[in-house]
Design a protein around this ligand. Structure first.
Ligand SMILES: [Zn+2]
Length: 137
């Protein structure tokens, strides 16, 4: 389909994230042994990980964080995003630790700053996979 926004990857290692997103649940991968959080899926770096992923689980996260880095797009790299201009593409440092790439919405693009507290807001999509976006908290 021309000018369609790309759809999320549904590889097995990230599918649980998108299944939770359908219910507006924000989950990250957490280590059952030590509680360390990861996103995307990873093995815990603090100890051995046998069996593979055996220590890891998807767990509900706060959805709160702060802007770690960002840029403002005034031109669309893909025509499907032209209607969104200008928009903020950002790395959000989540309260739990991991970084997630997303958009900052709900405020003028020039007001976004590094370190700004943000909270998750779900953006529903016609393809059935809500997208996690972030707005000023
Ligand atoms: Zn661990």
């Amino acid at each position: 389909m021309p000018n369609a926004k790309p759809k999320p990857s549904l590889d097995a290692d990230i599918a649980p994230f998108w299944e939770a997103a359908k219910k507006h649940e924000f989950v990250l991968m957490r280590c059952k042994k030590c509680g360390a959080w990861y996103f995307p899926a990873a093995y815990c770096r603090f100890h051995d990980n046998e069996p593979l992923f055996g220590n890891m689980e998807w767990a509900k996260a706060s959805g709160r964080g702060k802007v770690f880095s960002y840029n403002v797009s005034y031109r669309a790299f893909n025509p499907a995003f032209a209607g969104d201009l200008p928009y903020v593409y950002a790395l959000i440092e989540l309260e739990e630790g991991p970084l997630i790439s997303s958009n900052v919405t709900g405020c003028p693009v020039e007001t976004v700053k590094v370190g700004m507290p943000v909270e998750l807001v779900w953006e529903d999509n016609p393809d059935g996979y809500p997208l996690p976006k972030f707005r000023p908290d």
